[in-house]
Ligand binder design. Structure first.
Ligand code: ATP
Ligand code: MG
Length: 283
């Protein structure tokens, strides 16, 4: 039985569960459940506190986990990262109050910095040869400078709105992070086959999310021109329309190229352009 840990509640919960479900795992998750069986895959899902997950993973209590890279780095555990998952993107940054002078990162020399990530901050300061006073707080770090508890903070940032609301400015990124799939090292050799199957499914789902299925109508005389702007997997599918001289072209395009490709296709003379999400992509 493959044991997979995900966050019990919080920022990673929804995306983690929906990723597993997109991989075709039926997770019977009830309210306040700590463990759920997967009906159609030889696995069970454990709902754990984010900060407990790295240790459980290293100890082999669970085989796999969906967890922020920053938490693995902070706890310095010996586990294997198998895939980056593209959600819960954030950065660990040093922020200063707006009115505090900042020239470069050496400006934090001798200052008191509040953080919930003391090990990551310590590693950074050592690398830069800076000595500062690390003040550990478990939550609401961003209010520390306002109440005189610290000069600056080191915390996770995504949009930056929490910093802004508290009169802080992001000055130095220490680490970039996103959710990842991590594995216990022993499990990798003992349960390699089922882990590989899950990683394969995750990669197909992630790939699919980056792509869209596109179809449109085009005069036959323009088929070659239209094909040339489609960064296709192989070559586009061409189906004749009942209307003489017209065809329907089908292909897959990347979300990031999307609007550029649509504009070019319209200019070439494409009509009735439809764009459809792709559920899975096995290449
Ligand atoms: P626990 O489950 O133990 O209560 P937690 O309170 O750290 O853990 P969350 O606040 O939900 O849990 O954050 C979980 C993870 O979400 C972080 O470790 C980080 O990887 C990611 N994350 C993404 N953006 C942010 C952000 N702006 N602030 C904090 N965490 C973020
Ligand atoms: Mg929490």
């Amino acid at each position: 039985m493959l044991k997979i840990a995900i966050q019990k509640s919080g920022r990673l919960y929804d995306d983690s569960l929906s990723l597993l479900k997109s991989c075709g795992l039926y997770v019977d998750n009830g309210m306040d459940q700590l463990k759920a069986e997967v009906r159609n895959f030889h696995a069970e899902v454990f709902f754990l506190r984010n900060s407990d997950i790295p240790q459980y993973l290293e100890d082999g209590v669970v085989d796999l986990a969906i967890i922020g890279e920053n938490v693995l780095y902070e706890q310095n555990v010996g586990v294997e990262v198998l895939a980056k998952l593209g959600f819960s993107k954030c950065r660990l940054s040093i922020a200063f109050p707006k009115n505090m002078p900042f020239e470069n990162i050496k400006s934090i020399e001798g200052k008191k910095i509040a953080t919930s990530y003391p090990n990551s901050l310590k590693k950074y300061l050592e690398k830069e040869g800076i000595s500062a006073d690390i003040h550990l707080i478990s939550g609401s770090v961003e209010i520390a400078p306002n109440i005189g508890l610290a000069d600056a903070i080191c915390d996770l940032v995504s949009s930056g709105s929490t910093l802004f609301k508290n009169g802080l400015e992001e000055k130095q990124i220490i680490l970039k992070s996103e959710a990842c799939l991590a594995a216990n090292k022993t499990a990798l050799s003992l349960k390699g086959e089922i882990i590989e199957e899950l990683v394969f499914r995750i990669q197909s789902v992630l790939k699919a999310r980056e792509n869209r299925y596109i179809l449109f109508n085009i005069p036959n005389s323009k088929i070659n021109e239209a094909s040339a702007v489609l960064p296709v997997l192989k070559s586009p599918t061409v189906l004749p329309l009942l209307d003489e001289g017209w065809s329907s072209l089908h292909s897959v395009i990347q979300v990031k190229d999307f609007w550029g490709v649509i504009r070019k296709l319209k200019n070439i003379g494409a009509q009735g352009i439809l764009v459809i999400p792709v559920e899975n992509m096995v290449i």
